[in-house]
Design a protein around this ligand. Structure first.
Ligand code: KE4
Length: 427
């Protein structure tokens, strides 16, 4: 028996599903999850010592690959002075200054420890600021597992076919309205009927939890206008896209300024750091200044911040995101081209170091179209690539990630592996 299987069998006795986050269980693709014991640059190594080129990158945080020496050095430098104080540190000011300079829409920022905490807090803050209760989200978008947001969510909730989670009281879900992504008519209709009741709209400005879906031209601008007209707080959830698709996030690419932004993943560099921030007048409602309570024992943890600061500073190098975008485009378009040549209708889309691969002929614009993808063929391709030593996200409904550590030979090896994988699934 493989060590992965042995660990999985034993873990399932003590950890629900054997995992600490559902998507890791391979429920969507079947088979045995890989238990990783080591990562190095673009590669990860499982419990059997098998190596894989990694296109998950811990779901986004590892912009520079695994165990980057400068990130590790920063962590070691901080941890030798202690791990946590429960008191302010200068590193929190450094991170606040960096985030506010890289994302000018953020005038003030509060650090937390997970993307869920960031979005949950941003929703509460928007409700406290507006005095309204209703929120609006989009079908297929995922914003972490806060009760108010687990309604028609994406990511694992979508994969498991339970868009609305158990345990969320109907009264809570009733305050969350959901409209299809990229459907401007539906959006205008929603605002016409209850726009003045809305505390906030929360959106993934590029949707990365129903695979990878770009906003249609003008969509984000229209959303911005509608929110301004109805005094609704516009929240861009850039937990996954922030500093990965561009140094200034999606908001810098589309020139749309949200009222609040949530961040995570990259700003922790692989350690638990997330954040929410935006307009000063809204942030002024947060305790200890205002009535909206929010807190966290390890918020702004100095060791975690060291990893995040080193990661962000490395990403500020001239041309960093352009080079990352070229690499990502090369590998994803190369895979799609080989799939089409092998007779599998495929298409690919990418921005910066994030991508979507689809087993369908044209790019989807919303969840319904994403769900029309050929999931079975994706699953067979996923396992064929796993056998070839390529680790893709274990679900047809997740985005993929490339790091600066992926070399041109890694990209070529991936494309050669894809060629062999398509042949293997043709049989
Ligand atoms: P966390 O609570 O998992 O740190 O962040 C929640 C979150 C919030 N907003 C967006 C846009 C996100 O993508 C996420 C988390 N992303 C998933 C990947 N699709 C994390 C992977 C997992 O759930 O294990």
């Amino acid at each position: 028996m493989s060590r992965n299987q042995e660990l999985f069998d034993r873990s399932q006795h003590l950890i629900p599903g054997g995992v600490n986050s559902p998507v890791r269980a391979f429920g969507a693709v079947g088979g045995t999850p890989r238990f990783f014991q080591r990562g190095e640059g673009p590669k990860v190594f499982d419990a059997d010592g098998k190596g894989y080129i990694d296109y998950v990158c811990s779901w986004g945080p590892l912009l520079h690959g695994h165990a980057h020496p400068e990130v590790l050095a920063a962590v070691h430098g901080t941890m030798k002075n202690g791990l946590s104080f429960g008191a302010p540190t200068g590193l929190e000011l450094e991170m606040a200054e960096l985030l506010c300079s890289l994302m000018p829409s953020i005038e003030q920022v509060r650090l937390v420890s997970s993307g869920t905490e960031a979005t949950m807090s941003a929703i509460r803050l928007a409700r406290g600021f507006t005095g309204r209760s209703r929120i609006l989200k989009f079908d297929g978008c995922y914003h972490g597992h806060g009760d108010a947001l687990l309604v028609k969510a994406g990511s694992g909730a979508l994969t498991f076919g339970q868009p609305s989670s158990g345990g969320v009281p109907a009264e809570v879900a009733a305050l969350t309205s959901v409209v299809p992504y990229n459907d401007l008519d539906a959006l205008k209709e929603a605002f016409a009927s209850y726009g003045n009741e809305l505390a906030a709209v929360i959106v993934e400005p590029i949707a990365g939890n129903m695979n990878f879906v770009l906003p249609l031209p003008g969509y984000l601008q229209a959303l911005r206008t509608l929110c301004s007209e109805h005094s609704v707080v516009l929240i861009f959830d850039e937990v996954m896209t922030g500093f990965r698709v561009a140094l200034g996030g999606v908001q810098s690419l589309y020139g749309v300024k949200p009222d609040l932004t949530t961040l995570g993943k990259v700003i922790g560099g692989g350690l638990p750091v997330a954040a929410f921030g935006g307009r000063r007048d809204i942030m002024a409602c947060l305790a200890p200044l205002g009535p909206v309570y929010q807190a966290g024992t390890l918020s702004g943890n100095p060791v975690a911040l060291s990893a995040g600061l080193a990661t962000l500073r490395l990403a500020m190098a001239e041309g960093f995101h352009e080079a990352l975008g070229d690499k990502t485009r090369e590998v994803t378009e190369g895979i799609a081209a080989r799939g089409n040549a092998a007779g599998f209708p495929m298409c690919a889309v990418s921005v910066g170091g994030m991508f979507g691969l689809y087993f369908r002929a044209s790019l989807p614009n919303n969840l319904v179209e994403v769900m029309e993808s050929d999931r079975d063929t994706f699953n067979r391709f996923f396992h064929a690539m796993l056998n070839e030593g390529i680790y893709l996200a274990p679900s047809a409904f997740e985005a993929g990630f490339v790091s600066a550590a992926h070399s041109s030979s890694d990209i070529l090896n991936t494309l050669d592996a894809a060629e062999r994988a398509f042949k293997a699934i043709q049989q």
